[in-house]
Design a protein. Structure first.
Length: 325
């Protein structure tokens, strides 16, 4: 298990003790004021975005039900598979809204961040309060399995291991045998967010069961599998893309990565600008809607632009270690 005083050096391939890399600190000192006060969504817009994700899920399931009424062809089979994938990505979008709400960066109304976060969490059988506590520990103790509760819960997947071909293959294939499910499929049906949201959880669960019993194939393909397999797999792979192989570096500048995919792929697989994970770890107070422009501004900085986990084609530079206090 990696301790918080064990920092993996990507360049030397070893562990350094008793030192702290200062690169992230320097960037924060330079840019925090520039990124301060970025606008969040107005209340009506925040609720509309939530409603749009729910509409996309319901519409996709409805269209899927229509496809199942048609004769099975290569086209309809492919369309059904794509719809299952699409629903999983929209569930991932709801999860990312929880993430934004946990930082109070989604809505300009602070109280709405809590309510919207709790609604999304209930729909995904989670707890907003538990998610927020775990995630904030992730920011405060990134890469420290003793205190980073997010990574602690998936420690068995070994995201800290360097990305050799064998490790990459293991991460890619693990969902095919369900190895990730014990780490990503837990249901939190508690009343931690309040009785009303616990009631919502059980109502959604009962509705899903009743719908699947009434329409077995539709329920299996567009309710059960998108949540159990697609959504959980996307969460696992997102964690791998965000941190695998670099999370143990001990510096927020080198322990996360951006995924600068084309626009359509970003919309599909990285909803809510989730592709700028490095920018988010450096400046958690930036609303998701501004992560792209913040990344563009950061690329003007030589230190940031030299990081291969930040921009394409960067040439990595060794950071100077200074004694920890």
């Amino acid at each position: 298990m990696l301790k918080k005083w064990q920092k993996y050096d990507l360049l030397s391939g070893g562990l350094s003790h008793g030192g702290v890399k200062m690169s992230a600190k320097r960037l924060r000192e330079k840019y925090t004021r520039k990124f301060h006060g970025m606008d969040k969504y107005q209340r009506s817009t925040a609720w509309f975005i939530l409603a749009s994700y729910l509409f996309q899920i319901v519409a996709a399931a409805g269209f899927g039900a229509y496809l199942l009424s048609l004769s099975l062809t290569a086209w309809t089979g492919t369309a059904v598979a794509l719809l299952m994938l699409f629903i999983g990505t929209r569930l991932r979008g709801l999860n990312n809204i929880i993430h934004e709400c946990s930082h109070a960066t989604f809505s300009s109304e602070r109280a709405d961040n809590a309510v919207i976060g709790k609604i999304c969490a209930a729909l995904l059988f989670n707890s907003f309060s538990a998610y927020r506590d775990e995630h904030l520990s992730h920011h405060a103790h990134l890469g420290d399995y003793e205190h980073d509760l997010d990574l602690q819960s998936i420690e068995g997947l070994k995201l800290h291991e360097p990305l050799t071909a064998r490790v990459v293959l293991r991460h890619a294939l693990s969902p095919l045998i369900g190895r990730h499910l014990p780490y990503y499929l837990g249901l939190n049906m508690s009343a931690q967010d309040g009785k009303a949201f616990q009631t919502l959880k059980y109502s959604v669960l009962v509705a899903a069961v009743v719908f699947t019993l009434a329409f077995p194939l539709t329920g299996l393909l567009f309710v059960i599998l998108p949540f159990v397999l697609v959504y959980s797999t996307l969460n696992y792979w997102a964690d791998c893309l965000d941190h695998a192989g670099i999370v143990a570096t001990g510096d927020d500048l080198t322990a996360s990565r951006n995924i600068l995919a084309p626009g359509l792929l970003r919309w599909m697989f990285f909803p809510r600008n989730d592709c700028y994970h490095l920018v988010h770890h450096l400046f958690p107070h930036i609303p998701a809607r501004h992560l792209g422009q913040s990344h563009a501004l950061l690329t003007e900085d030589t230190l940031y632009a030299s990081q291969p986990n930040a921009v394409r084609g960067a040439r990595p530079t060794r950071e100077v270690m200074v004694p920890a206090e």
